[in-house]
Design a protein around this ligand. Structure first.
Ligand SMILES: Nc1nc2c(ncn2[C@@H]2O[C@H](COP(=O)(O)OP(=O)(O)OP(=O)(O)O)[C@@H](O)[C@H]2O)c(=O)[nH]1
Ligand SMILES: C[S@@+](CC[C@H](N)C(=O)[O-])C[C@H]1O[C@@H](n2cnc3c(N)ncnc32)[C@H](O)[C@@H]1O
Ligand code: SF4
Ligand code: SF4
Length: 322
């Protein structure tokens, strides 16, 4: 079992397979970064898998593949297959913007993927295009539809932004409710890579907008999920991911691995340690020791929740995978 320096059990590994993306979301990567990590510096799928095996052997029960946009990296289904066939009861999931999903969903399902979380920030073509800085909506909706058809379990993520998509939160919730997909609204996490005019809605503001159409009850916090859930009177449950709340991090169970082999203990901070050399040397003991050292030093909580409402992370979401 993996326990961090604050006594929290860590059983969830998020693996980013690329920092590259085909969208330029205002809250994440509004401009193409000055440079990408060169392809030759990335760990191969086989090398990432070597580390995932170390994690699973030490107590990881849930692996999420993310990015950048993970579907941009060729052969993702082979990577999914490696992980799912190593331990078939692993909770294996993917987070994607959905743009390339129509043609990938079937292959991913066949390879052993079970769950998929898809970003959907608007149901209006022009608003979606404004957020992603690309005409994306039709292809994303097609991707969602296909993933549903092939039997992947779907959750939708939406980042409410002031003056951009805040008028359609109930429409997006209704869309998800009709399809039977849980939705989580995510509070925008201020970071220096996002557009500096980007302003998110906080949990109270999101609830206020939904309350205009529905009454709902706050639910007991479930395990280590970052989502605070709310139940509508008809039983449909939606979530809000509230990183600006002080208690958000107390049940943190996760650690992140980037495509270039960097282990990141917390989404907010720059602290990290590379396992690349250990994996390239085939030194599994050393990789396991680095994992434990990183966990021993895992921060207690982020700074978005501090009194100072101007706290901004310098970590790029597209690098850590969110
Ligand atoms: N601050 C913070 N935000 C997180 C953390 N984990 C997830 N989030 C936010 O929630 C978003 C959605 O996460 P997903 O990639 O869908 O994964 P998940 O919420 O763990 O998904 P489930 O396994 O379905 O519960 C992330 O991109 C982040 O914006 C975390 O540890 N800290
Ligand atoms: C970094 S993306 C990677 C996977 C994929 N490209 C996608 O968009 O789903 C993972 C998640 O991070 C969220 N995200 C990115 N930047 C964020 C920010 N500044 N605040 C809150 N969530 C953010 C996105 O909404 C998405 O749900
Ligand atoms: S949120 Fe996802 S889709 Fe949007 S820019 Fe970031 S990585 Fe790309
Ligand atoms: S902000 Fe850091 S400590 Fe808090 S839940 Fe996320 S990764 Fe864990």
């Amino acid at each position: 079992m993996l326990i961090d320096g604050h006594g929290r059990t860590v059983d969830y590994l998020r693996v980013s397979v690329t920092e590259r993306c085909n969208f330029r979301c205002q809250y994440c990567m509004p401009e193409k970064p000055f440079s990408w990590v060169p392809k030759e510096e990335l760990l191969t799928y086989e090398e990432l898998f070597e580390f995932i095996k170390v994690g699973i052997d030490e107590g990881i029960k849930k692996v999420r593949i993310t990015g950048g946009e993970p579907l941009l990296r060729e052969g993702l289904e082979n990577f999914v297959e490696m992980i799912s066939s190593y331990k078939n009861d692993i909770d294996l999931a993917l987070t994607t913007n959905g743009f390339l999903l129509e043609h990938a969903a079937g292959k991913l399902k066949d390879a052993g993927l079970r769950r998929i979380n898809i970003s959907l920030d608007s149901l209006k073509e022009d608003v979606a295009a404004k957020i992603a800085q690309k005409n994306v909506l039709k292809k994303v909706l097609k991707g969602i539809e296909t993933a549903h058809k092939v039997g992947l379990k779907i959750k939708i993520n939406c980042v409410p932004m002031k003056g951009i998509n805040d008028t359609e939160l109930v429409d997006i919730l209704n869309f998800c409710k009709e399809k039977g997909f849980p939705i989580r609204f995510i509070e925008y996490m201020e970071n220096s890579h996002a557009k500096n005019t980007a302003k998110g809605l906080n949990s109270e503001e999101i609830q206020e907008l939904i309350r205009k159409s529905y009454s709902f009850q706050k639910q007991e916090r479930e395990g280590s999920s970052p989502s605070q859930n709310y139940k509508l009177d008809d039983g449909y449950v939606f979530g809000i991911i509230e990183p600006h709340k002080d208690d958000f991090c107390s049940t943190c169970n996760r650690i992140r691995l980037t495509a270039s082999g960097v282990l990141i203990p917390c989404l907010y901070y720059e602290d990290s340690k590379s396992i690349k050399e250990a994996i390239k040397e085939g030194n599994i003991k050393k990789a396991a020791a680095i994992l434990k050292e990183v966990l021993a030093n895992k921060p207690e909580k982020n700074k978005w929740s501090s009194e100072d409402s101007n706290e901004t992370s310098t970590r790029a979401f597209y690098e850590t995978g969110g």
